[in-house]
Unconditional design. Structure first.
Length: 158
């Protein structure tokens, strides 16, 4: 991993917009890694009924970020592009989101392909953008991100 020097918020946002296009909300059956008898799935499902757009608001992301363990990798592909954008737009309001995103990549699942914590869907280009995004977060907040960066790189090579 090479340090590329400081990139501005606008530079990172341009990379995110290029490499993490917004996608439409997947079918409800694809959003969860558990069947519909799971209690957390039923609770989250009620909240997500109104989430029909490709881009999630900051409030919607806060509804979901702490329930990542119930969500699937398909849900992560829908959520993370919005999460990256919201963090960059307003880091103060999104503090828990960027801390959570770093944590997701610090403690990923390399084996459970259905888990939201399994980022095997990340392309090499997305991996490179995530590494730069995490570096930006670290420079702006002093949050350690090296493990998240290493794991993002690993997923980009899978």
């Amino acid at each position: 991993m090479e340090y590329e020097g400081y990139l501005s918020r606008e530079d990172i946002l341009n990379l995110v917009e290029r490499d993490f296009p917004l996608i439409m909300k997947p079918d409800d059956n694809e959003l969860y890694c558990f069947d519909d008898s799971d209690l957390m799935r039923r609770i989250i499902s009620k909240k997500m009924t109104g989430y029909m757009r490709d881009e999630l608001s900051l409030n919607q992301l806060y509804d979901l970020y702490d329930e990542f363990g119930t969500l699937s990798s398909v849900a992560a592909q829908w959520i993370i592009p919005s999460m990256l954008r919201e963090i960059l737009k307003n880091m103060d309001a999104a503090e828990f989101l960027y801390e959570a995103l770093v944590g997701y990549f610090e403690n990923p699942s390399f084996d459970n392909k259905r888990s939201a914590y399994c980022f095997t869907w990340v392309t090499e280009e997305q991996s490179e953008t995530l590494v730069k995004f995490f570096e930006y977060i670290s420079e702006e907040t002093d949050q350690p991100v090296s493990l998240a960066q290493e794991n993002a790189e690993k997923f980009g090579k899978m």
